[in-house]
Ligand binder design. Structure first.
Ligand SMILES: [Ca+2]
Ligand SMILES: [Ca+2]
Length: 315
């Protein structure tokens, strides 16, 4: 299997070179006609941790996934859904439209195993690079996870020891170095000064009391999402789940959020506030307007349940 994988990597070098030329010509950046996304959902055992809201991380991860799919977007999108747990990942759904994806996300259940995060991210990146040749698509790995890599098989290309140094100075050969390279160049063993070929989004559930996942992991995810033009959303177990359109983070989408978005309307970020740029494309425009309108009223009239102690599951 490794040999086959290696051959596939080698054969892609030509395609990678062609894409690099397209990027350097300066045409690809503004020529996107579609967006292709793989939603990468962590099913490892620790996702059964109960958050202060009373929901498990996994249940809230599904809400985040559905909110992401339902969010207004400037480009038409196709989504695939993969989940990972134990020693591998599952393709839950191939590239489909939004409603199909929401239905898929609603039927998933959590597992009990460890976290093959590096394997899942690298193979999702590989699949995205090969999907839809000839389409100028923005390609996005959208990770929803609580964990650090700990079970990628040794026989796979993105296996490696943890980096001993913090992002951006990643140890050569570490799994973080390979994942970063893969998202950047399509080759886990090759870095490049050129822009990332793929965008990396990450929702990361964490516990600020136990500092899990560890700060090295969070700074890695934050660094790579930012460098690739993606979005990083840390989700503390004791805080309400973020809702698209919430400019002040109080868990309720109301006229305050609407007015704040209008005050920033038409601006690039900066000087516009990133809090009003709900889709993270560095401009506050009709897409952000549509997002706040679609979510108006969410979380506002609820009598919030008392916060429960977090019941952490380690895996
Ligand atoms: Ca609000
Ligand atoms: Ca925006």
């Amino acid at each position: 299997m490794l040999t086959r994988t290696l051959n596939r990597w080698a054969s892609r070098t030509v395609a990678g070179a062609a894409l690099a030329l397209a990027l350097m010509s300066g045409t690809a950046a503004h020529a996107f006609t579609e967006e292709h996304v793989i939603i990468l959902l962590d099913r490892s055992g620790s996702m059964m941790t109960t958050r202060a809201s009373g929901q498990t991380r996994f249940a809230d991860a599904l809400v985040r996934g559905r909110d992401f799919v339902n969010m207004a977007n400037a480009l038409p999108r196709l989504f695939a859904v993969w989940s990972f747990e134990g020693a591998s990942y599952r393709r839950e759904q191939g590239f489909q439209d939004g409603p199909t994806t929401v239905a898929t996300l609603s039927r998933l259940t959590s597992g009990v195993g460890a976290t093959p995060l590096a394997l899942a991210v690298c193979d999702a990146a590989d699949e995205l690079l090969q999907f839809g040749p000839g389409i100028d698509a923005r390609k996005v790995v959208h990770l929803i996870s609580d964990g650090e890599e700990n079970s990628t098989p040794e026989t796979t290309l993105c296996f490696g020891p943890p980096s001993t140094t913090r992002y951006p100075d990643l140890t050569e050969g570490s799994w973080e170095w390979k994942v970063r390279n893969m998202l950047k160049t399509g080759d886990p063993l090759r870095d490049s000064p050129n822009p990332f070929q793929l965008i990396f989004d990450a929702d990361v559930f964490f516990n600020h009391l136990t500092l899990a996942p560890e700060p090295f992991f969070l700074s890695f995810v934050q660094g790579v999402t930012k460098a690739s033009g993606g979005r990083y959303t840390p989700i503390d177990d004791v805080r309400p789940l973020p809702i698209p359109g919430d400019t002040d983070g109080n868990g309720c989408i109301n006229s305050v959020d609407y007015r704040f978005m209008l005050d920033n309307y038409g601006l690039n970020v900066p000087p516009g506030s990133p809090a009003a740029d709900f889709n993270g494309d560095r401009v506050i425009d009709f897409t952000d307007y549509a997002i706040v309108i679609a979510n108006l009223g969410r979380g506002c009239n609820a009598v919030l349940p008392p916060l429960l102690p977090v019941h952490e599951v380690r895996e």
